[in-house]
Design a protein around this ligand. Structure first.
Ligand code: DHB
Length: 322
């Protein structure tokens, strides 16, 4: 009988997760009921829906569509219950799980406001600041955060301001980049700041799914255009994780997000350099039992490979065929 103990715990600097698998922001983490269920699940941490300073209803329905073969498209438009709801919710809870608060102010000033509030909470382990919400409609376009994730000069100036007023652990949810030089430039900027982690990648913006029977788009907002997630985006997530792993200071952890549906996907994310992973589309489709299934599948792969912890192979992707 094999008695070896495989440990899939991880840490994001000083934040300890008993499992490296957690939900992605936006996936079943908006309401009191959803967050209570996540608290009871075997996810290694919880992240909230990206919140704003006041509650928002979001875009018109249908605004999410899933297709098993490829993944999902969404144009939710940041429906959330407002930061006070999320802070109050966790203030009342006792849990050992790290709690990540996702924030997505529509302007720099709104993000400063949200960060000041998060600073005062003792229950939030870290803020994941969303630099890349792709689904805001024209009427919300006082937005001066648009494309900040794609502009290292603006980003640097913004982060300088952020660290003047925010002292707790901070991570950034990054958009996908499609050229190595872009990642090199962004990493060069991020390396100057005391960032805890980056999450790679947010949904790939400006996709379109088509129903060829109806000859129409499948979601209503923005003429059917939306952010793409799920299976289809895994290669882009892996490339972003890999390049950030190579270019970021080693003290900045990477949380992988994009296209995880099974244990092998988690293995691939960690091999590229992820210290933890987030599951979005597949969590929405499968529900809370996904965490147990993924954990089992991931452990079984490590077992076959004789790895006892993620540190045995994290970031060790070979660059040549063997
Ligand atoms: C939404 C979508 C995103 O990809 C994101 O990062 C934040 C919010 C949304 O439409 O609600």
């Amino acid at each position: 009988m094999d008695t070896k103990k495989i440990d899939i715990s991880t840490s994001i600097k000083k934040i300890k997760l008993s499992s490296c698998i957690m939900n992605a922001s936006g996936a079943l983490c908006s309401t009191e009921q959803e967050l209570n269920k996540l608290l009871k699940s075997s996810s290694g941490a919880i992240i909230t829906k990206s919140c704003t300073s006041s509650p928002r209803k979001g875009n018109m329905n249908p605004r999410y569509f899933f297709c098993k073969k490829y993944g999902s498209i969404n144009s939710m438009g940041l429906p959330n219950l407002g930061i006070d709801f999320y802070l109050d919710f966790f203030e009342k809870k006792k849990t050992k799980k790290p709690i990540f608060l996702s924030i997505s102010g529509l302007s720099k000033e709104e993000n400063f406001f949200l960060l000041r509030k998060a600073n005062l909470s003792s229950k939030i382990s870290a803020v994941e600041l969303n630099l890349s919400c792709p689904n805001i409609l024209g009427k919300d376009k006082k937005n001066n955060m648009i494309n900040i994730g794609y502009d290292s000069y603006k980003l640097s100036y913004f982060l300088k301001e952020v660290f003047k007023l925010y002292e707790k652990p901070l991570g950034l949810k990054l958009p996908p980049y499609f050229n190595e030089i872009h990642i090199k430039n962004i990493a060069f900027t991020l390396n100057k700041y005391p960032i805890y982690f980056v999450t790679c990648i947010n949904s790939i913006p400006n996709g379109i799914f088509i129903n060829s029977t109806n000859e129409s788009v499948v979601i209503s907002p923005k003429k059917g255009f939306g952010g793409i997630g799920g299976k289809m985006i895994k290669p882009f997530a892996l490339a972003n994780i890999r390049l950030f792993y190579l270019y970021l200071r080693k003290e900045i952890s990477i949380i992988g997000c994009g296209g995880i549906t099974n244990g092998k996907d988690i293995f691939d994310h960690v091999l590229c350099g992820a210290s933890a992973v987030q599951v979005g589309t597949q969590f929405i489709e499968e529900g809370l039992t996904i965490f147990d299934r993924l954990e089992k599948e991931f452990i079984s792969i490590l077992d076959k490979k004789n790895y006892l912890s993620i540190n045995n192979f994290k970031g060790n992707l070979k660059k040549n065929l063997i």
